[in-house]
Design a protein around this ligand. Structure first.
Ligand SMILES: C[S@@+](CC[C@H](N)C(=O)[O-])C[C@H]1O[C@@H](n2cnc3c(N)ncnc32)[C@H](O)[C@@H]1O
Length: 276
């Protein structure tokens, strides 16, 4: 059963963490004038209103992107800012772009976007968001992990796989770990970006320990915004084959995330593998 809807959470601290790093990865992939493919297998609806009933109910964007809207933005995050501007009039922030929209804004014709979404309503909304946005956008109403087994590697041989599950079932952590291992075997050169919640009960730890066994270069980034307690206190991203410039870029951005702290200052911690 699919009950998660990202409209309640769009623009929250986890989106800021995930999407800011997504823009850095896309920027790196764009540097070579060669085609690449973006697989976003838990796509969501692509675009979210920040004044909808869903958004107002949780107020999560107020603790996320809206806290940073008027702060100075570092030049490194120019692409993130551009993606926000692309869906808003002037400097207002009424809409928040989901990961598919960010990837669409920051790439051109030579980049194929493969977007998978299983929830019927979310898929319909995704179709509406991307209507008329070109033949490079490929929409699939299918299971994310099945799509990874079926669609990798892409003919472009370069690109990114964003895996952003809603972790609604206890078995999802194991299933995601299996799928990432299988995907890496089929396409060892792809850049992989997996989001996970940082939880006090440590449910995510088994998945991380397993991923860290890999001989591929990896980077793990965690943004903690409150003391561990009930629910998610941080946002995590695990990347395989990350751009080599990313650790240094993240070190420069640490201060920018600080206002996202909910009982103090938010902290960004990054770890890299010995194979980096
Ligand atoms: C966290 S949201 C995605 C947010 C999006 N990646 C972004 O950053 O804007 C997860 C999405 O995955 C969808 N989903 C859940 N299970 C799925 C599955 N097995 N296959 C594909 N999509 C799924 C949910 O309906 C939800 O829209």
């Amino acid at each position: 059963m699919l009950s998660y809807q990202h409209g309640y959470h769009a623009g929250n601290f986890a989106d800021v963490h995930k999407h800011s790093i997504l823009t850095l990865v896309l920027n790196y992939l764009r540097r070579k004038p060669k085609p690449f493919t973006v697989f976003d297998v838990y796509a969501g609806r692509g675009l979210y209103g920040l004044h909808t009933t869903q958004a107002q109910k949780t107020g999560e964007a107020e603790q996320g992107i809206l806290k940073l809207a008027d702060a100075p933005w570092p030049a490194l995050l120019g692409d993130y800012r551009q993606a926000l501007r692309a869906v808003n009039a002037q400097d207002s922030l009424r809409y928040y772009p989901g990961s598919p929209m960010i990837s669409h804004s920051l790439t051109r014709e030579a980049t194929d976007l493969v977007l998978c979404e299983l929830h019927p309503q979310e898929f319909l909304a995704l179709q509406q968001t991307f209507a008329g946005k070109g033949r490079r956008v490929h929409l699939h109403r299918r299971d994310a992990l099945e799509a990874l087994r079926a669609l990798l590697p892409p003919s472009s041989r370069r690109g990114l796989v964003l895996i952003d599950p809603s972790y609604e079932r206890a078995g999802d952590y194991t299933a995601v770990g299996d799928a990432v291992a299988g995907a890496l075997q089929k396409w060892p050169a792809g850049v992989y970006m997996l989001w996970y919640p940082v939880l006090a009960d440590g449910r995510h730890q088994g998945l991380l320990r397993r991923l860290e066994q890999s001989e591929r270069p990896w980077l793990r980034s965690e943004l903690q915004v409150r003391r561990p307690g009930i629910g998610m206190h941080g946002s995590g991203l695990f990347l395989f084959n990350p751009p080599y410039v990313l650790p240094e870029q993240l070190a420069r951005l640490a201060d920018w995330y600080e206002p996202l702290g909910q009982d103090g200052v938010a902290t960004l911690q990054n770890f890299v593998s010995g194979h980096f």
